[in-house]
Design a protein around this ligand. Sequence first.
Ligand code: FES
Length: 119
Amino acid sequence: MEVKKVKWFKVADSRDAIEWQSNRMALVEAGGKTITLANHNNEVFAFAHKCPHASGVLADGFIDATGSIACPLHRFRFNIQNGRNVSGEGYYLKVYPIEEREAGIFVGFDENSWLNIFK
Ligand code: FES
């Protein structure tokens, strides 16, 4: 079985240091890549910048009443924790592990996919 290696990138000193939009989402840079953060139920989640359907900017969407991310373009919805497409179109949103440490908020990328960015 392949063991995934995760490379961690600091995205902010704390939650308060993040410029949250009124929809409780924010765009941040991690390892040279733009990603989306969402603050939901007092927990921070990290996922891709753009929607897997047609590249809608997810930070311009909203978090619905069930805690799913809704894309602003065609309203496809994704589970905030695992990226599963809960509105049934069959897409998958890339989500990233996140850790809130004393030193700040860190987002983890699979080391292999992170290295692929520079190829
Ligand atoms: S681009 Fe996101 S649902 Fe179409």
